[in-house]
Design a binder for this molecule. Sequence first.
Ligand SMILES: CC(C)(COP(=O)(O)OP(=O)(O)OC[C@H]1O[C@@H](n2cnc3c(N)ncnc32)[C@H](O)[C@@H]1OP(=O)(O)O)[C@@H](O)C(=O)NCCC(=O)NCCS
Length: 204
Amino acid sequence: MTNKKLYVLGGGGHAKVVIDALAASGTTIAGLIDPRLEVGTIVLGVPVIGGDEWMTKLDPQGAQLANGVGATVKSRVNRKLFDLWSAQGFSFASVVHPSAIIGAEVELAQGCQIMAGAILQPHAKIGVGTVINTAVSIDHDCVVGAHCFIAPSVTLCGGATIGDGTFVGAGATLLPGVKVGNNALVAAGAIVDTDVADGDYFQR
Ligand SMILES: CC(C)(COP(=O)(O)OP(=O)(O)OC[C@H]1O[C@@H](n2cnc3c(N)ncnc32)[C@H](O)[C@@H]1OP(=O)(O)O)[C@@H](O)C(=O)NCCC(=O)NCCS
């Protein structure tokens, strides 16, 4: 438990999912920080309080962040913001929707996000800043590295592993024990039945 006030970075689509998960777990959000929205805009009951200039008013000793910026295949602004504000001493809260099922001895690193309906089976490990999106199923002994974006309804069968910075498109399935490297891209709906090297693109 922390006494720090929690601020969400962003007020767009991904932020809505983050706000909803935080609200569902009884967490109070002090405000949203988004340079693209007018101050005073209300998103799911939470006001936008300013843009990046607001960050200079916050003290990392008294404020914690949640990353409300999503990722796309081409844009990883969420990672840039994580690195930028972490370097200034801010910590990122992990977000776990109460409807997610978290099995025994699952390891969740700082700032990861486990969205509604996700299932993580025993001994799964999720890295720093990684997003496990709506209804993702991660089976026993899977490892997902840091700053990955696992899109809705992806399935990882037992023992599958993913490196850092990888994007897995909606509904893809990784067969048991498959290894996907760092900064790779798996197309939506792909059935990954072979290892994928660092930086590679897989679609089948
Ligand atoms: C694989 C992907 C990256 C390709 O993107 P792209 O390079 O912009 O490709 P395009 O959309 O221009 O499509 C090129 C061709 O591939 C096909 N295609 C695109 N995505 C495909 C997929 N996932 N599976 C099979 N075929 C696909 C298109 O229909 C198109 O076919 P055509 O040339 O016969 O018309 C993208 O489609 C994808 O899967 N993105 C993931 C999106 C996602 O899951 N987001 C999560 C949001 S929460």
